[in-house]
Design a protein around this ligand. Structure first.
Ligand SMILES: *[C@@H]1O[C@H](CO)[C@@H](O)[C@H](O)[C@H]1NC(C)=O
Ligand SMILES: *[C@@H]1O[C@H](CO)[C@@H](O)[C@H](O)[C@H]1NC(C)=O
Ligand SMILES: *[C@@H]1O[C@H](CO)[C@@H](O)[C@H](O)[C@H]1NC(C)=O
Length: 500
């Protein structure tokens, strides 16, 4: 009678053990173990109380009881499968056991006994008893070498190592097939098949090409190569330059001045190729910074040499006169002359009328930095700001002033009983104005006949008056009155005419 049961609560969580037992025929301990090893994994060793209880439940009562995988060796009780000593706390002897009877070196378990059930007893190994074995689900060939076999309830699973898949983990993960780089090739070492996990490929470039990137790629467990496929780039030579007295013709099958390029030099009539300088790089004449500006160059092949590019810029207030950018050509000449920086021009100024203008021009007439000062002739006054400056924007800081004639006090009215006739060469009642006076009939002019406004804003004379003329009789009367009433007459009676 052979029966089997599946144990789901196990000694530890890792495994699922299948138990199998037999009572017919009864076997001696060595035969019982042999049977277990032959058909299953081993004899049940009973390592803890749970296993002991489980076995006690599982197995039927058998008058001869059952052998378990524990024996005495060198005076110690050991687990036969591992040869470990059974620790005291794991031992589950029936009372009074184990006894020291000679030859009782094997252990039986009392299954479903009325007394001391599931307890152990030492017995002679030659006695015949029931057999109880266990089997693990995992076998050597359960999974491929790329997996760990893990016991599950009643079975096992293959836990794949990184880089493998499949039920037995026999299949290596694949990476995308590699493409041959242009002008290059690669060879691979493929431990698990081409383009599979741990395939490693090394790249090479053809002659004249250089590898750009990582030369060796590995197919990772993620299914991706660890680096991008490298490139093969044509190797470049330094550019050749045109000899001054000759010519060069190049044929470039791939790229200019690169692997495979051929250049043919020819000399002008009367010139012969020389060993040394003929083929060396041609420099362009050195450039100097434009005055009032700056020059910035990039020189891929040396200062002011083929391929050098220079850019001119001007300081504030200056304008570029020409082309900003120039490049050193293969002929050893600049593509454009270095420009000048010209000061920005302001509008042309002229002297104010009745004045003059004096300028200083550090960067050219009426240009950025020019300063001009206006002055007025005598008799004229400056109206505005005397100084102006040409700014960096090309504009004058202030307008030029005007020269206005110096004003004299206004002569509002002609003298009473008289007339005034004025002329104003510049502006009314100002420097240069002059006025003539005349009196009406019967009046005579007392004071100047002509007044002139001078350059300091003053009239040359006081304003005249017109005096009434008197007949000789009234002069007598008045003078008489004067003499007779010298003290009683009003003091305000003026002496209108020279008294006789
Ligand atoms: C128990 O052993 C017998 C005989 O070897 C076998 O036929 C049966 O399949 C086994 N049971 C299990 C669960 O392995
Ligand atoms: C045990 O697992 C293996 C692998 O997963 C499977 O092929 C087999 O059918 C399973 N056996 C049982 C009895 O479930
Ligand atoms: C994969 O290759 C690495 C070295 O490149 C090695 O250490 C590792 O053992 C290899 N793995 C397998 C499963 O072959």
């Amino acid at each position: 009678l052979i029966r089997s049961q599946i144990l789901s609560t196990n000694k530890d969580d890792k495994g699922a053990w299948t138990y199998n037992y037999s009572t017919i025929p009864s076997r001696r301990w060595p035969e019982a173990r042999q049977w277990c090893l032959q058909h299953f994994t081993d004899m049940v060793p009973i390592r803890n109380k749970e296993e002991s209880d489980f076995i006690n439940d599982l197995l039927p009562f058998n008058t001869r009881y059952y052998w378990i995988g524990i024996v005495k060796k060198d005076g110690e009780w050991i687990w036969q499968d591992t040869s470990e000593k059974v620790p005291k706390e794991a031992q589950n002897w029936a009372p009074e056991e184990p006894d020291n009877i000679a030859d009782q070196n094997c252990v039986e378990i009392y299954i479903k006994r009325e007394k001391d059930t599931a307890k152990w007893n030492n017995e002679s190994c030659r006695k015949k008893k029931g057999t109880v074995c266990y089997a693990t689900s995992c076998r050597q060939d359960s999974c491929s070498a790329n997996a760990d076999c893990v016991e599950t309830i009643g079975n096992y699973t293959c836990q794949c190592h990184p880089g493998f898949l499949g039920s037995r983990c026999e299949e290596a993960i694949t990476c995308k097939p590699l493409l041959d780089p242009e002008q290059g090739s690669y060879y691979c070492f493929n431990p698990y098949g081409s383009n599979r996990f741990n395939s490693s490929c090394r790249f090479h470039c053809e002659l004249g090409f250089q590898l750009v990137g990582v030369p060796q790629l590995l197919c990772q467990a993620s299914g991706h190569w660890n680096h991008p496929v490298p490139l093969c780039q044509v190797k470049r030579c330094s550019p050749v330059f045109f000899p001054v007295t000759g010519n060069v013709t190049c044929v470039d099958p791939l790229e200019p001045f690169s692997f495979g390029s051929r250049c043919n030099f020819t000399c002008q009539e009367g010139y012969y190729p020389t060993r040394d300088n003929t083929f060396t790089s041609k420099r362009c004449p050195a450039l100097s910074t434009p005055s009032n500006g700056s020059l910035v160059c990039s020189d891929p092949h040396g200062e002011f040499s083929f391929g050098s590019q220079c850019k001119s810029t001007c300081e504030e207030g200056f304008l570029l006169n020409g082309t900003a950018d120039t490049e050193c050509t293969s002929l050893g000449m600049w593509s454009a002359d270095i420009p000048g920086c010209l000061a920005k021009r302001c509008s042309t100024l002229s002297s104010p009328s009745h004045g003059s203008l004096v300028c200083s021009d550090p960067h050219g007439e009426f240009s950025f930095g020019s300063r001009c000062t206006s002055t007025c002739e005598e008799g004229f006054l400056l109206n505005g700001t005397a100084d102006t400056e040409c700014t960096s924007l090309g504009m004058w800081s202030t307008d030029t002033p005007r020269c206005l004639a110096q004003p004299c006090p206004l002569l509002a009215k002609a003298p009473q009983n008289g007339r005034m006739n004025c002329s104003h060469p510049y502006s009314s009642f100002s420097f240069g104005s002059h006025c003539d006076f005349e009196c009406d009939e019967g009046f005579w002019l007392r004071g100047t006949q002509t007044m002139t406004c001078n350059n300091s804003g003053h009239w040359s004379q006081d304003l005249p008056t017109c005096q009434r003329e008197v007949d000789p009789m009234s002069v007598i009367t008045i003078s008489f009155l004067f003499t007779s009433q010298l003290y009683s007459a009003s003091p305000f009676v003026p002496c209108l005419y020279p008294c006789l």
